[in-house]
Design a protein. Structure first.
Ligand SMILES: C[S@@+](CC[C@H](N)C(=O)[O-])C[C@H]1O[C@@H](n2cnc3c(N)ncnc32)[C@H](O)[C@@H]1O
Length: 315
């Protein structure tokens, strides 16, 4: 019996089809690869923190699924949007540990696990597959074979999907927690227009294919689409600066450091898109301005980064 467990990171609404097609052909939606100064692999701590918060829901989902299917010979896991770096294998580690623990408690043999790491074609799969030996070493004590591949897969009835996406906290689509990070990027681009480094017309023609739904919209889409039963939905809030953890009483706010941390997080994901439209040459200047504006903004207001997590079963 085969089951698929999946997560997906980004829902996009394409505001301008022509623009989007041109961008897609240039493969600009991928995260920055390892050979870039600000790679996703080295600058994805904010996403790592979000993954950590998602883990209890992931474990509950696996527990519930196993309670219905054990004993089972094979479980398939598809990570949709694995990117590269430490986060690419992190959920797989947690899924394996959870399955093995539950099987031991139930006195069942652990099933074979097939892991499908999925992302866009220009994702930095070289970095992902270079980590496979370490992964195998760390998990050498596993019972049963583990097969890791970078190919597409399909979901079957009863399969589980854990969906994690950037969202907004309220119904109002102009709320700061969904748009303001891009407003600050616009402000930084305008600074470069003022300096003569960027053409105003290029700023006007630039569209970011980014949409952050609120939980009501996500629920409506799941219901309308009709393939899944929704089990659980949770909304998490994180500070923009990954070092600024509300539980860390030792954290001292430094607007320059916070501005730089968040600028690197955004650059690791958005640089290919920006470089393809404005050229590589402006990227350092742009993110220097961005870090400044983010730092100034955070010293006045602490806007949260919102993540919506849903656990669903394929009907
Ligand atoms: C913000 S990153 C999240 C990466 C990783 N899962 C993590 O938690 O750090 C989103 C990933 O989704 C990928 N992605 C976006 N659209 C996709 C699509 N249509 N199919 C597959 N992957 C996609 C991007 O290339 C990127 O690697």
């Amino acid at each position: 019996m085969h089951f698929i467990f999946a997560r997906l990171y980004k829902m996009s609404r394409l505001h301008d089809i022509h623009q989007a097609k041109a961008m897609a052909s240039a493969n600009v939606f991928c995260m920055n690869p390892r050979d870039k100064d600000i790679s996703y692999a080295d600058h994805s701590t904010l996403q790592r923190n979000i993954l950590l918060k998602t883990m209890p829901i992931l474990k509950d989902t696996i527990k519930d699924m196993l309670s219905k299917i054990l004993p089972v010979t094979c479980i398939k896991v598809a990570d949709l949007g694995c990117a590269s770096g430490p986060n690419a294998f992190f959920p797989t580690y947690e899924i394996m540990d959870t399955i093995i623990r539950i099987c031991q408690q139930s006195h069942c043999e652990s099933p074979e696990l097939q892991v499908f790491l999925n992302d866009l074609p220009y994702n930095d799969f070289n970095t992902v597959f270079r980590s496979v030996p370490d992964f195998k070493k760390d998990k050498g004590d596993l019972r049963g074979p583990c097969f890791i591949a970078g190919v597409p897969e399909e979901m079957i009835d009863g399969g589980r999907m854990l969906l994690s996406l950037t969202g907004r906290s309220i119904i109002d689509p102009t709320s700061n927690d969904c748009c303001f990070l891009w407003d600050l990027l616009t402000k930084s681009l305008i600074d470069l227009v003022d300096k003569g480094l960027v053409q105003e017309s290029d700023v006007d023609s630039f569209n970011i294919p980014f949409y952050t739904p609120c939980k009501e919209e996500v629920m409506e889409i799941i219901e309308k689409e009709g393939s899944f039963n929704l089990h659980k939905m949770k909304v998490f809030e994180d500070n923009w600066d990954f070092e600024d953890n509300d539980h860390d009483t030792n954290f001292v706010f430094d607007k320059n450091k916070s501005g730089q941390n968040f600028a690197k997080t955004i650059r690791a994901g958005a640089e290919p898109m920006l470089a393809s439209h404005f050229g590589e040459i402006i990227i350092d200047d742009l993110f220097t301005r961005y870090a400044y504006h983010v730092g100034e903004y955070l010293s006045r207001e602490k806007t949260k980064y919102i993540t919506i997590v849903v656990s669903m079963t394929m009907k």
